[in-house]
Ligand binder design. Sequence first.
Ligand code: SF4
Length: 286
Amino acid sequence: MQTNSTAMYWKSLDNNRVKCELCPHECIIKNNDVGKCRARINKGGILHTLTYGKVISYAYDPIEKKPLAHFHPGASIFSIGTSGCNLACTFCQNHNLVSYTGQVPLTSPKEIIALAAQNGSIGIAYTYNEPTIWYEFMLETCKLAKSAGLINVMVTNGYINPEPMKALLPWLDAMNIDLKGSTDTFYKEICSGTLQPVMDTIALCHSKVHVEVTMLLIDTLNTDWDAFEAKCQWLSQINPELPLHISRYFPAHKLTIPKTRLETLSKAREIALKYLKNVHIGNAFI
Ligand code: SF4
């Protein structure tokens, strides 16, 4: 069991460099340097995690807020997040949290379990920022939670390599996976990532745990309806019952495009319902 800050999923290269293999960026990191997520540092040829136990945000949330609409409806779940991300979306809706660099007291998995067993919570949601980049802390907490009879939910951008994802799946009960856009160009230009690994994560996980997918729509940026329809069709080929959340964007971080029009969300839902049985609109009336 991981009990210190040494990272998992990396290999040594020459000149004290390392290659991180946790997510598809596969950063080559020089000594004393950090990866793209800024959450993993190379110290003397050993990769360490910088976010282990550094929980900066927690709350007892309704499970519908994750969002999960078809998994323990009405339940409360203890939700935690750290800082940093392995994508760099210009519209990041959690930028203040993701970019936080202040001092954070350490929290242990045991303390998380104790909090997660209070206030009617059914378990733990790893959420708010991208939990992939605090993989070691999430994995250790997931294992303890399972032995305590608690549920584990990962809310993720899906930008994780298959090997670590497969190792985590036996400890998870449900996931919400963001499909941030329908094209690779959108992922490259707006999110600093690529589309295929996210599709691979959805395809890998849907038959192992309960999976719901979220697509946040931004007028003019990811409302290419042909591409959107093709993704809905692809999701239906995976499973036509797979719940899809069409979420409303609000201007945030670097993006000033006005909030998504309600007509856009309705049109998207109409298209998605041609292929999928469970389509929900989210964030529409706040
Ligand atoms: S987890 Fe971080 S350091 Fe590792 S490959 Fe991804 S971005 Fe790079």
